[in-house]
Design a protein around this ligand. Structure first.
Ligand code: ZN
Length: 199
């Protein structure tokens, strides 16, 4: 495929559209560190993040992620993306992909993680977004981003909150508003309407 850099250079490069993300450590790391779908211009050195539609499967196929480019966000939010029985999770943009594979590696149910984020979002009026970062000292760690300023911080949630929510997942999923955000394949609360003060 051909890509045009902002400097005018035309770069010809083909990328795989399917990956087995846990095939080995090197593949997993390359995804998490952003080496996949990365294009560096040989002329000006600019690095581009390509968001080609791609599939990321675990070896046991328990997780099959479809990565969609950012411009699909509105369509996905509106629930207008055609279903595919193979796909267990739909992600929009590379950061969401990285978050899902990290959660899978660490053995967390992403529905519960999104539920915990939901609790954070409704308590905070600022337009903040949380992204899972890992576990440290018995606490879930999240990156906190302020989209307008690009300020980044961290926040922690005790693992106890995760365990507690796991104990009543069925009840959580039965609440209509939450169900809309936590139902496969689109398990994501970051596009929630509470970001819009008019809603
Ligand atoms: Zn260039």
């Amino acid at each position: 495929m051909s890509y045009e850099c902002l400097c005018g250079e035309i770069i010809d490069q083909d990328f795989p559209v399917e990956y087995e993300f846990d095939r080995d450590d090197a593949v997993f790391r390359s995804i998490v560190e952003g080496e996949v779908l990365r294009l560096e211009c040989p002329h000006c050195g600019a690095v581009h993040r390509l968001e080609e539609e791609s599939l990321f499967r675990s070896r046991d196929r328990s997780l099959v992620l479809k990565l969609l480019p950012e411009h699909f966000r509105d369509q996905v939010r509106a629930g207008n993306y055609p279903p595919d029985p193979e796909i267990t999770r739909l992600v929009v943009g590379y950061p969401e992909l990285v978050e899902k594979v990290l959660l899978w590696r660490d053995g967390f149910d992403d529905r519960i993680i999104e539920y915990l984020k939901y609790g954070f979002y409704i308590r905070n009026t600022a337009k903040l977004t949380l992204t899972y970062a890992g576990v440290e000292n018995g606490k879930l760690e999240f990156w906190v981003r302020e989209p307008d300023t690009d300020k980044v911080g961290r926040t922690r949630v005790p693992l106890e909150a995760y365990r507690e929510a796991s104990g009543h997942l069925e009840e959580i999923l039965s609440r209509p508003r939450l169900r809309a955000y936590l139902q496969a394949p689109r398990v994501f609360v970051g596009d929630g309407p509470w970001f819009d003060p008019s809603s």
